[in-house]
Design a protein around this ligand. Structure first.
Ligand code: ASP
Length: 608
C-alpha cells in the first residue's frame, strides 16, 4: 500500500527535469531524499531537506536528511573538503540543507528504510535555513502533548505519518476529481458568503460592514446553490466544498470540514447511489489498491434500526437484534410483561459462544452501560452446563426454552435482553449496547463494510424544541407513496433520502429534491415556517422553481471522514492539515481572537 502511494509521490520529478538539473549543476535539486536507490550509485545528485539527525563521530559525520518522500543519509569523512566537513559538524536538527554529491552504496546498510542501501558522499553543502531547537522531537512516536504539537502544527506536520496522511488526502481528492470529470461532472464554485442554508446546525455569521446590521452566513453546505445550478442547466455539478457548522463540538468533529458535494439532473435515487458507489470504489482502488467487491448492500432505515439499533451500523460484525416479545409474552417476569403490556417490546442480542469469555463483572459493566443509555436494567442469560442469569427465578423452564429458541441461544451463548415501553428508544439502547459489547469483547473488525441506508424518515421530533424538524433537510422529496400521509401521519413519512455508511460511520447523505413549488410550500408549512418566513428565507429558490426546474438529486460525502476511514486514523486531526480542537479553537494562530475596537465600530457592532 505504502509503496503504491510513494511511487505516485515520487513521480513529481520528471526525467527531463532531472537531466536539466544535472546540467545546471549542484545548485538545483535533482532528487527527493526518499527516491535514491542502489541503481543511482555513481550519480551526481543534489537533495534538499531538513536535518532529522546529525551524528558527529569525530572523523565521520552522518546527517539524515528528510523531505516529504523519506530520508537519505549524507556522509562526510576525512576525504571531504575541510570547509564542507566543518559545516556538516555545525548543523543542528531541522536545519534546512542543500547537499550535492555522489551516490554510493553503503557499507553499513539500513534495511528499515527504502534508501537504506545508499548514501550521498557530499561535496557541496549549503545551509538554506537555520532552525531553533524544536519544541519536540519530530518523530512518529513523539509523546509530546497534542496541544503543544498543534501550537507548532507546521512542525507536527513534518512527522512522516502526518505528511503521508495529508499527501494521501490529496491523492484521494485527485482520484475524486478524476472520476467525476470522467463521468461528465462540472466543478463549480459556490460562494462562501451566503444567506443561511439549513442543515440543522447553527450558522457561522459574518457581519457586513457596508450593510450594517446585516450578516452573511458561511455555508453549512452549498445545498441551495447546487440545486440552483441544476435549474441553470449544468446537469452534473461537483465541488470539494468547505462547509461550516457552529455546533457544540462533540467528540471528533471539526467546525469546518470538506464535502465531496454532488448534484445531478434527470435522476432518481438509483442513479445517485450508482454514482456514489462508483466513486467510492474508484477512490479505494486508486488510492489503496482495495477492491470493494459486489454491490453495496441497501437497507431501509427501518430494517437498519430493527436489526442493528442504529442508522449507521458497523457491519463488520453480526450480533443483530432479535425481537423476543412473542416468546416471553405472559411469562410472569414483570419487567418483560410490563413493557409488552405498555405497547413496547423485549429484544435481545445473542453473543454467540461468548459465555466463557464474558465474566460476571463484564456483564455488570454492560448493565451499567445500558443504564447509562437510558435502559431500566439489563436482563441476561448465560447458557452452559447449567444456565445462569439475572431473572431465571422469575420465569418458568417452558418460557426460558421459548426464549432460547426465539433468540437462537445455544450452549456457550450469552443473551443480553432489554425491555422498554417505547420500541424506538429500546432499539437505540440495544444499538449502543451492541457496539459496546463488541468493543469490550474485542470482536474482530476488519476490512471496509459499506451500506446504503435508504428510505430515511422525513421528519423527526425534536423533543427539546418540541417540534418536528426535517431529518435531512427541507428540500428533500418524500417518497411518492408517502405524500398522502403528510397531513395525517408525519412521523411515518419516508423520504427519498439515503446515507452511505462505512464501518459504523456516516460518510454521506443525500436525497432526491422537491421541485414542485406546491409540495415545497407544504413541507415548509409542516416544518412550522409561515409563507412569509419561507419567502424571506428561500424565496429565491421557490422563484427559481417557477422557471423550469429539472428533477434532480445529489449527495455529499465527507472527505475528512472518508480519508480517516481509509487510513484507519484515530482522529480527524490526523487527516486535516490545520485542524481545530474540541472547543473550536485553532491553537497555532490562537483564533478566534478579539478584534480592535475600530473594526467593531466599522461593523456597527458592540460586544455586550
Ligand atoms: N447538503 C446535504 C448535506 O450536507 C447533502 C445533500 O443533500 O446532497 O448533508
Amino acid at each position: 500500500m505504502n509503496r503504491r502511494r510513494n511511487e505516485k509521490v515520487n513521480k513529481s520529478f520528471t526525467e527531463s527535469e532531472n537531466i536539466m538539473a544535472e546540467f545546471l549543476g549542484s545548485e538545483r535539486r535533482t532528487h527527493y531524499c526518499g527516491e535514491l536507490r542502489v541503481s543511482d550509485a555513481g550519480r551526481q545528485v543534489c537533495v534538499m531537506g531538513w536535518v532529522k539527525k546529525q551524528r558527529d563521530l569525530g572523523g565521520l559525520v552522518f546527517i539524515d536528511l528528510r523531505d516529504r518522500t523519506g530520508i537519505i543519509q549524507l556522509a562526510f569523512d576525512e576525504n571531504s573538503e575541510r570547509a564542507v566537513f566543518e559545516k556538516a559538524q555545525s548543523v543542528g536538527s531541522e536545519f534546512v540543507l542543500s547537499a550535492a554529491g555522489v551516490v554510493r552504496e553503503r557499507s553499513n546498510k539500513n534495511p528499515e528504510i527504502p534508501t537504506g542501501d545508499v548514501e550521498i558522499f557530499v561535496s557541496s553543502l549549503r545551509v538554506l535555513g537555520e532552525s531553533a531547537v524544536p519544541p519536540f522531537d519530530i518523530t512518529d512516536d513523539c509523546k509530546t502533548a497534542e496541544e503543544i504539537r498543534l501550537k507548532y502544527r507546521y512542525l507536527d506536520l513534518r512527522r512522516p505519518k502526518l505528511q503521508s496522511n495529508i499527501i494521501f488526502r490529496s491523492q484521494v481528492a485527485r482520484a475524486v476529481r478524476e472520476y467525476l470529470y470522467g463521468q461528465g461532472f462540472i466543478e463549480l464554485e459556490t460562494p462562501m458568503l451566503i444567506k443561511s442554508t439549513p442543515e440543522g446546525a447553527r450558522d457561522y455569521l459574518v457581519p457586513s460592514r457596508i450593510h450594517k446590521g446585516s450578516f452573511y452566513a458561511l455555508p453549512q453546505s452549498p445545498q441551495l446553490y447546487k440545486q440552483l445550478s441544476m435549474v441553470a442547466g449544468f446537469d452534473k455539478y461537483f465541488q470539494l466544498a468547505r462547509c461550516f457548522r457552529d455546533e457544540d463540538l462533540r467528540a471528533d468533529r471539526q467546525p469546518e470540514f470538506t464535502q465531496i458535494d454532488m448534484e445531478m439532473s434527470f435522476v432518481d435515487t438509483d442513479d445517485v447511489l450508482a454514482m456514489g458507489e462508483g466513486l467510492v470504489k474508484h477512490v479505494f482502488k486508486e488510492c489503496l489498491g482495495v477492491e470493494i467487491e459486489g454491490a453495496i448492500p441497501r437497507y431501509t432505515y427501518r430494517e437498519c434500526m430493527e436489526r442493528f439499533g442504529s442508522d449507521k451500523p458497523d457491519m463488520r460484525f453480526g450480533m443483530e437484534i432479535t425481537d423476543v416479545s412473542d416468546a416471553v409474552k405472559g411469562c410472569g417476569f414483570p419487567v418483560f410483561d410490563g413493557a409488552i403490556e405498555a405497547g413496547g417490546s423485549v429484544r435481545c442480542i445473542n453473543l454467540k459462544g461468548m459465555a466463557e469469555k464474558l465474566s460476571r463483572k463484564d456483564i455488570d459493566r454492560l448493565g451499567d452501560y445500558a443504564k447509562g443509555c437510558g435502559a431500566a436494567g439489563l436482563a441476561w442469560v448465560k447458557r452452559g452446563e447449567t444456565d445462569s442469569g439475572s431473572f431465571l427465578k422469575h420465569i418458568s423452564e417452558e418460557y426460558l426454552q421459548k426464549l432460547f429458541a426465539a433468540s437462537n441461544c445455544e450452549k456457550g451463548d450469552v443473551i443480553l435482553i432489554l425491555a422498554d415501553a417505547d420500541p424506538s428508544r429500546l432499539l437505540l439502547q440495544l444499538g449502543q449496547l451492541r457496539t459496546e459489547a463488541a468493543n469490550r469483547l474485542n470482536v474482530p473488525r476488519e476490512g471496509y463494510k459499506f451500506l446504503w441506508v435508504v428510505e430515511m424518515p422525513f421528519f423527526e421530533y425534536d423533543r427539546e424544541a418540541g417540534e418536528w424538524v426535517a431529518m435531512h433537510h427541507p428540500f428533500t422529496s418524500p417518497l411518492d407513496e408517502c405524500v398522502d400521509m403528510l397531513d395525517t401521519d408525519k412521523g411515518s413519512v419516508r423520504a427519498k433520502a439515503y446515507d452511505l455508511v462505512l464501518n459504523g460511520i456516516e460518510l454521506s447523505s443525500g436525497s432526491i429534491r422537491i421541485t414542485d413549488p406546491g409540495l415545497q410550500a407544504k413541507i415548509f408549512e409542516l416544518l412550522g415556517l409561515s409563507d412569509e418566513e419561507a419567502r424571506i428565507k428561500f424565496g429565491y429558490l421557490l422563484e427559481a422553481f417557477k422557471y423550469g426546474a429539472p428533477p434532480h438529486g445529489g449527495m455529499a460525502i465527507g472527505l475528512d471522514r472518508l480519508v480517516m476511514q481509509m487510513l484507519g486514523a484515530g482522529s480527524l486531526r490526523d487527516v486535516v492539515a490545520f485542524p481545530k480542537v474540541q472547543n473550536a479553537k485553532e491553537l497555532m494562530t490562537d483564533c478566534p481572537a478579539e478584534v480592535p475596537e475600530k473594526a467593531l465600530e466599522e461593523l456597527g457592532i458592540k460586544i455586550k
